[in-house]
Design a protein around this ligand. Structure first.
Ligand code: NAI
Length: 220
């Protein structure tokens, strides 16, 4: 299939459509109009139609979209119609929290292994998966068809470990370390920085409260 270049802005909205459609589907709702979706999602109906038109419009008819079909199609676009095997590098606070969160599996992200360089953690079980030493990672990635690595290690280590993983054939890195990784273009990186989201929240709080007297509490 020939693929048209879709903007990242559209792609970043797809998981949210997918989530809401999943909820409608779970409620047994079979059809939804762009206006109804707009009301639930707080996105304009024209934005929704524009987004969907990038993919041929998903066959909206007079009475709206077929929820199941739309859910499946957006899932396919997001690559969720196939499973992804993932490993976590770094079994510290964050790595363990991610490993303990079972919900990613509902979307086909299967937690296969966790690795660390601290011998005190080797053998520790997180949801039936044992922490393994880094020395075993190459063999593990190659023999378990691992396509995604989650980086939950210090930023000073991230670049080197990412390079290693790329060499083993990893296709995607979910990067929590606060560093921009240099990887070949065939390897996809998704950075997740919770603090960015928190700073955005801070900005919006400030902007809202500055509305009255314009006063800022930030020390000069
Ligand atoms: P932590 O210190 O609890 O855990 C880090 C783990 O990585 C330790 O178990 C350590 O032994 C292991 N490690 C260090 N170097 C390694 C290497 N070369 N190979 C394998 N394992 C290695 O730290 P925490 O709190 O879990 O944070 C981990 C990373 O995630 C840090 O870079 C932190 O800044 C980042 N972080 C990012 C967040 C985000 O929103 N992006 C949120 C929280 C943490």
């Amino acid at each position: 299939m020939e693929e048209k270049e879709i903007s990242q802005a559209v792609i970043s909205r797809l998981p949210r459509y997918f989530r809401y459609l999943g909820e409608l589907r779970d409620q047994g709702i079979e059809r939804v109009s762009s206006q109804e979706l707009s009301d639930i999602m707080k996105v304009t109906a024209s934005q929704i139609r524009q987004d969907f038109n990038n993919f041929g419009g998903f066959g909206q008819q007079g009475y709206g979209y077929n929820v199941e079909y739309l859910f499946q199609e957006i899932g396919k676009i997001l690559g969720l119609d196939q499973n992804h095997n993932l490993i976590i590098i770094g079994a510290g606070n964050l790595g363990q929290a991610l490993a303990n969160y079972g919900n990613f599996e509902r979307r086909g992200f299967l937690f296969r292994g966790v690795f660390d360089r601290n011998p005190q953690l080797y053998g520790k079980k997180i949801r039936d998966v044992e922490v393994q030493p880094m020395e075993q990672i190459e063999q593990f990635v190659k023999s378990n068809n691992i396509d995604i690595a989650v980086l939950a290690i210090p930023k000073t280590e991230a670049e080197r470990v990412a390079e290693q993983l790329v060499g083993y054939g990893i296709k995607g890195i979910w990067n929590f370390a606060h560093v921009d990784l240099n990887v070949p273009e065939e390897v996809q990186v998704e950075n997740v920085h919770l603090s960015d989201s928190l700073m955005k929240l801070s900005y919006n709080i400030n902007r809202f409260h500055a509305g009255g007297d314009g006063r800022s509490d930030i020390p000069q």
